[in-house]
Structure formats: structure tokens, C-alpha cells
Design a protein around this ligand. Sequence first.
Ligand SMILES: Nc1ncnc2c1ncn2[C@@H]1O[C@H](COP(=O)(O)OP(=O)(O)OP(=O)(O)O)[C@@H](O)[C@H]1O
Ligand SMILES: [Mg+2]
Length: 284
Amino acid sequence: MAVVVSLINMKGGVGKTTLTFNLAWYSAWKANLRVLAIDLDPQANLSQYFMGAEKYVEYLDSDKNTVVEIFEQFSAPKQIKGAPAPLDPKSVIHRLRRWSDGSLLDLVPSRLELAWTLKNPTEKAHLLPQFLAGVIDSYDLVLIDCAPTESILTTAAYRSSRYVAVPVKPEFLATIGLPLLARSLNEYRIMHQNQALEMAGIIFNDMRRSGTPPEQRKAVADVTELAKAHGWPVFDTVAYHSDSYPSGSRQSSPIFLTDNARNYVIGEFAAVADKFLKSVGVQK
Ligand SMILES: Nc1ncnc2c1ncn2[C@@H]1O[C@H](COP(=O)(O)OP(=O)(O)OP(=O)(O)O)[C@@H](O)[C@H]1O
Ligand SMILES: [Mg+2]
């Protein structure tokens, strides 16, 4: 059965989507795992990253299901006709790749209308774990890319997950977002004491490789101290700043397939990904 991991941070723009995309690719391509990525952000960045902007628009135009249908099975306008019927979980999964060794890369795409779910959130958080229960046997690893704000979607991600992993961009504001996350996670755990939900670790991302400015060093020290206070592991591997990440997002390609990506950048990311897979116990 798959291990489910949410990539989360209440701070925006820290690399949640970039790491989810690259970890998903790495886990399927290099670690030969069956991977499902779930885009749980109405911004749908992960969906566009995987499919490319044009294919994503085509996907939406073709009226295929998205994560919205998981939360709005009975209330989305096109579902109103007839008696309510349970959602076929496979109908929201988009197959991106399948390799001959059985490893695969699947996506539950998102769309802007996921924001509706936030307007009428009652009784919906369990719908994501309910969906996952129907498909989880087909995967080794499920990665959930979260939005940067606390909402019903955060609760749905927690309820589905065995682990959370927290990308952090070392800057002053990172130390403001983390206590919010600690609070959100602790509140959730108090409310759901029979669910095992663990912190896989803090992953520093987008850090300067050399000549680290004093502000970044200070932020790393602050975050490390805060992590220690909460008993959270901090990865000893770092996804350093590289322009190949934004280039890769334009090309829909992971760092190790991105044109002109430096070998040391690819190696640094591989070290992060190996550490990640070990931390969540799915290294094959
Ligand atoms: N290691 C890196 N080096 C260079 N640029 C990076 C790196 N990681 C992320 N970026 C860039 O930083 C921006 C924000 O990254 P990303 O969208 O992954 O963050 P996010 O946490 O998912 O944001 P949001 O909170 O809006 O969902 C993107 O333009 C991405 O290409
Ligand atoms: Mg994102």
C-alpha cells in the first residue's frame, strides 16, 4: 500500500510544487515506484507543470474530471442530473507515463473551481482519504501538493497522509510561516489522536550554494532551532538555487531531464530525493 506524503508550508512560493513535481518524477523514473501526484491547489500549478500549459487547457476543455469532482461529487453542476452515484476514483486520474518495469506516474489534476470547495467546506475533508482508499493499492507513493493557506483542503491533506514534508526557502519570512504550520499540525493531531501523522522533515530549497548571504544563514539557524523545538527532522541535503528549476517548469521536465541542467544540480536534487524516500520509508 502506498505511503501518502503532503508537501506543505503555510508560506507561499517556497518550492512545494517544484519539489512535488521533481520528487514524483524521480520516484517513478529513478526509484521505479508507482507514483500518484495530487494537485490540491486551486492555482493548479502542479497540473500545468506536469502537462504543460497547452495540454492542460486541452484537458480542461475536454471536460475531464479533476480533483474538484472528488470534493464536489454531488454538487458540481454537471453532476446534478439524475440520482447521485458514487464517483469512479479512476475517472479523476490522468495517466502521464507508464514504464515497462511497471513504474508509473499518474496525476489528479486541479482546476480553479476547487476554490468553490472552500466556500462550502462542510463535511468534505474525508472525501480525499475516501477517494484514496479506492486507488491506493495501485501505488507505492502518493504526493500531495498543498496550497499555501490553511483550509478544508489542508485538513483533507492531513487526513490522507502518513507524513508531511515541509519545503522551506531560507529567508526571514520562512520563520513566520513555520509556527503557523506547527500550530495547524498540532491542532490537527489533538483532534485526530488515532491517526499516525509524522513530520518527514524540513527540506531547504532555493538556497544559495556558495557565498550564502548572512540573512540566509540566519534564517537556516532560526528554522533549525524551531525544528528542534518541535522535534522535526531537518534534511541534511539541500535543493540549492538553480535557474534550471524554472526552465524545467517551462519544459515540463524534471531537473534530471532539463536542457543544460548542471550535473551537480542534478546530483544535489538526487540526494534530496533519496533522503526523502528514506524518510518516508519507501526506498526500493
Ligand atoms: N531550487 C530552486 N531554484 C530556483 N528557483 C526555484 C527553486 N525552487 C523553486 N523555484 C522557483 O520559485 C518559484 C516558486 O516555486 P513553487 O511554485 O514550487 O513554490 P510553491 O511553494 O509551490 O508556491 P505556492 O505557495 O504559490 O504554491 C517558481 O518560479 C519556481 O520555479
Ligand atoms: Mg505551489
